[in-house]
Design a protein around this ligand. Structure first.
Ligand SMILES: Nc1ncnc2c1ncn2[C@@H]1O[C@H](COP(=O)(O)OP(=O)(O)OP(=O)(O)O)[C@@H](O)[C@H]1O
Ligand SMILES: [Mg+2]
Length: 501
């Protein structure tokens, strides 16, 4: 492997924000025909390093060489001209333009200076077919789910990629099936000699796909390793700087299904988003998992409970009272909170600080005419930062200055502060590193033990099995199977998701 040609070489790269090193003297070499994982905890400096090599930020010092020649890309487009294409952690396409136009933005097929729209659409369709994606490419990008938007961003990067392809958490919103397709495409690019740098928090994917691993910790490089020679516990130890304490896989205790204790009852629920005839019941202390493929209706159930999608049929009740939320404000007032799937759009309020982002929902619940005293806000922010182990030196920082995973924890903190009776989490561990992942699973168990009801939608079956005492498997926006208590296992959930009946 070491005889391979180095395509991208970084030497002594540094990037500071307000004097603090986000990336500290990092060396990295990515070779032709390899898939190289860039790993580290939330805030380790992965995205910053990528942004330095692709011209989003300029390095404070250090050298970037592409095939032996020093380069300093001035913008992502400039990097692309050099042969480096990137999918950033946050999808940065133009939501109002069509899917087809996004795929060829800045490189539209032209004839006599005019864009050839018909050809653009045909090419777009053919490109997406490689990803098993048969969608109407003339529709605006925003009309599709985040997963599809992510696939479009990946397809664009793959199609542009000449020498180096960089993917920052590309699989965060994808389902198993789409990941398989993506990996097939990445492997074929690798075989063609493309150098691929891949950031992920899913260690299974690292071992499945990559040839070498570089680990960052606190902005510094820990080392580069051959994947096949680095056992998983050692990898985790390199990332965390300590051994990961094994979390006991103790499930939330199952309870007898006692109607009197029911916190949330869902009967024949159908919604404008296509859900049909969903029935289930959850008690205080229950963790109800929502499983199913992308598009099966997981997120739609979350949206309906939070007043984001009008009911067309059926009824909900909360602690025995009729519940028909017309808006999130209704839901919050009734003690339901939702931590949404797409935090970039629905969650983060950019001009505001970390503290202000955290107290937002609690303040809304109290009413804006009753502002929380500042010292209480400070205390709440400090407690949440400690409880969720958020890496943030100053709660007065703009939230945009936190790493992606830490921003997610801030949103989780926001909803926990409202002390809801029912907390709905849509993909709670997406983008969260392995250390924090374990902490969030533990937190879910702890909240259940405190009597909260949790409804958790996730594409991570292993994670659902770890904490749920009831799993609802959805298919085609309908409830397909309910798996409870001792019957819960990964195999049982997989069989229900994939089964033919
Ligand atoms: N624009 C910015 N301004 C100030 N600080 C920043 C900025 N971007 C990143 N940082 C800081 O740099 C450090 C590294 O962040 P980075 O986003 O590179 O982490 P990461 O490894 O990608 O983490 P994650 O897994 O959470 O995405 C963090 O401490 C973060 O707060
Ligand atoms: Mg990142």
């Amino acid at each position: 492997m070491s005889e391979r040609k180095t395509v991208l070489q970084l030497t002594g790269v540094c990037k500071r924000f307000k004097g603090v090193f986000a990336v500290n003297h990092v060396d990295l070499n990515v070779q032709e025909g390899e898939i190289h994982a860039l790993l580290g905890e939330n805030g380790a400096g992965k995205s910053t390093l990528i942004k330095v090599m692709t011209g989003v930020y300029s390095a404070d010092s250090g050298r970037i060489e592409l095939c032996g020649t020093a380069v300093s890309p001035q913008s992502p487009l400039d990097a692309q001209r050099h042969g480096i294409s990137t999918v950033y952690q946050e999808v940065n396409l133009l939501p109002n333009l069509s899917v087809a136009h996004n795929l060829y933005l800045g490189r539209e097929p032209r004839r006599f200076g005019c864009i050839q729209w018909r050809r653009l659409q045909k090419d777009a369709q053919a490109l997406l077919r490689q990803f098993d994606l048969n969608i109407d490419v003339s529709e605006s990008l925003s009309s599709y789910s985040i997963a599809i938007q992510q696939l479009v961003a990946i397809a664009r990067a793959v199609d542009c990629s000449a020498k180096v392809l960089i993917l920052d958490e590309p699989t965060a919103s994808l389902d198993a099936k789409e990941v398989v397709v993506l990996f097939r495409i990445l492997r074929s690019l690798r075989d063609k000699g493309v150098a691929i740098l891949f950031v992920t928090h899913f260690l299974d994917q690292v071992y499945d796909l990559t040839d070498r691993i570089t680990v960052l910790r606190n902005g510094e490089k820990v080392g580069t390793f051959n994947t096949a020679e680095l056992p998983r516990p050692q990898l985790v130890a390199h990332m965390l700087g300590k051994e990961l304490q094994s979390i006991e896989a103790e499930k939330t205790a199952s309870r007898s299904d006692d109607t009197a204790n029911t916190t949330l009852q869902v009967e024949r629920l159908s919604t404008s988003q296509g859900l049909r005839d969903i029935n289930f019941r959850a008690q205080a202390g229950d963790a109800v998992g929502l499983a199913g493929l992308l598009g099966s209706g997981r997120s739609e159930v979350c949206a309906a409970l939070f007043g984001l999608a009008p009911l067309t049929e059926g009824q909900l009740s909360l602690r025995g009272n009729h519940y028909r939320p017309k808006s999130p404000a209704d839901a919050i007032a009734c003690g339901i909170a939702l931590c949404p799937e797409d935090r970039k759009i629905e969650g983060i309020v950019h001009p505001l600080s970390v503290r202000e982002n955290m107290i937002l929902a609690l303040q809304a619940k109290r009413g804006w005419w009753r502002p929380l005293p500042r010292h209480e806000q400070n205390q709440l922010a400090a407690d949440a930062t400690a409880r969720l182990r958020i890496v943030c030196s100053d709660p007065e920082k703009p939230i945009g200055e936190l790493s992606g995973g830490n921003q997610q924890k801030v949103i989780l903190a926001r909803w926990l502060m409202t002390h809801p009776n029912v907390l709905v989490l849509d993909e709670p561990t997406r983008g969260i590193d392995i250390g924090a992942h374990a902490e969030i699973l533990q937190l879910i168990r702890q909240l259940c033990a405190e009597g909260m009801t949790l409804i958790v939608a996730s594409s991570e079956i292993e994670e659902l099995v770890a904490f749920s005492n009831k799993i609802l498997v959805l298919r085609d926006k309908q409830l397909h199977t309910v798996i409870e208590a001792d019957a819960i296992s990964e195999n049982a959930v997989l069989a229900a998701i994939a089964g033919s009946n």
